[in-house]
Design a protein around this ligand. Structure first.
Ligand code: NAP
Length: 300
């Protein structure tokens, strides 16, 4: 499995990342079933796992952490990513009146402590601020993030769903470097390729992670976009014998920006074969065929 370095450090993440957002939705959430998914990932070199405090109504980190509690040595074979700042309306927080974002120092530190405790680990390899907070005090948030690195509780920092102006404001107040931006990117959501987002990430040396790289499964549904893409997927299946979900990932992987797709399937058979996406070649003209079908428009 290819790996992408985090900033200028010696640390790296696997090119494909397994996202655990849907872990609690699986029909079997037993520790054995979660372990099975982790093992299937690790067997292919998918060693990076994408969490957030809120996933599964604050339960997914705990489900995953039970595996690490049972087998602590597994921790050394993986990188753990988590996120914070979204305060969900939840039975776990009955006092909340509205969903909001919280990038205060107190909230970030409390959230990281919870993540560490749920995951049975003493550090996160990467912490992301989940969503840009319109009420952010950049000096306070930046100092809180720096402190997490200095304490060793977090090894690297990044953001998610941030625009260039959001991360530059935060970065201006930080000593340590932001190294990742995780954004929605797929054949169903192609705007980052053309609205300057991906260019800005490269300019500022932020590694690009793509969440919902299959549009959460909608790429294979009945939308106009999915219907336009279908004949192309069928052609790849006919000519190269490869499944459409892998081709959709290969389309992201082909981009020179070294995009890291964060996959979300709960299906163990899909997990076991997902690294085959790295073997599929998408040449320039094919890349544009997919883009044209996805947007429904020839490039100008
Ligand atoms: P995804 O890989 O685009 O979608 C996964 C969904 O697609 C699953 O429900 C899966 O169903 C379905 N699927 C996969 N292959 C399929 C196929 N061939 N045919 C039909 N359905 C198929 O990713 P995602 O789960 O939406 O998101 C991935 C990760 O991104 C999350 O786990 C999370 O870590 C991260 N994320 C981050 C943010 C953020 O704001 N930073 C937001 C959303 C997600 P099966 O389980 O049945 O295979």
């Amino acid at each position: 499995m290819q790996r992408n370095r985090l900033g200028k450090s010696e640390h790296s993440l696997s090119r494909l990342i397994y996202g655990v957002w849907r872990l609690a939705d699986a029909s079997d959430t037993s520790t054995a079933a979660v372990r099975n998914k982790i093992d299937a990932c690790l067997a292919q070199g998918i060693s990076s796992f994408d969490h957030a405090d809120i996933y599964g109504n604050y339960e997914c980190e705990k489900l995953f952490g039970k595996v690490l509690k049972e087998q602590p040595s597994l921790r050394d074979s993986m990188e753990l990513i988590s996120k914070c700042d979204i305060a969900l309306i939840s039975d776990k927080y009955p006092q909340r009146r509205v969903k909001y974002y919280d990038t205060s120092s107190q909230y970030i530190h409390a959230s990281v402590e919870n993540s560490l405790s749920h995951l049975h680990t003493d550090h996160l390899d990467l912490l992301l601020i989940h969503r840009p907070d319109p009420f952010m005090d950049a000096a306070e948030t930046g100092a809180a993030l720096d402190k997490l690195i200095d304490s060793g509780k977090v090894k690297h920092l990044g953001v998610s769903n941030f625009h260039v102006w959001d991360w530059r404001l935060l970065q201006q107040h930080m000593k340590h470097k932001l190294v990742v931006n995780q954004v929605e990117m797929s054949l169903l959501h192609t705007t980052p390729f053309t609205d300057g987002s991906l260019s800005a990430m490269q300019l500022d040396s932020l590694a690009a992670m793509a969440w919902s790289p299959l549009g959460g499964g909608a790429l294979f549904g009945n939308s106009a976009c999915a219907i336009r893409l279908k004949p192309l997927f069928e052609r790849f299946k006919r000519e190269q014998g490869v499944d459409s979900d892998l081709v959709a990932l290969a389309w992201l992987l082909a981009h020179p920006a070294q995009i890291m797709p964060v996959i979300g399937t709960n299906n163990i058979e899909r997990i076991k074969s997902v690294s085959d996406a790295l073997k599929i070649e998408i040449d320039r003209e094919s890349w544009f065929e997919f883009l044209t079908a996805a947007t429904g428009q020839e490039v100008p």
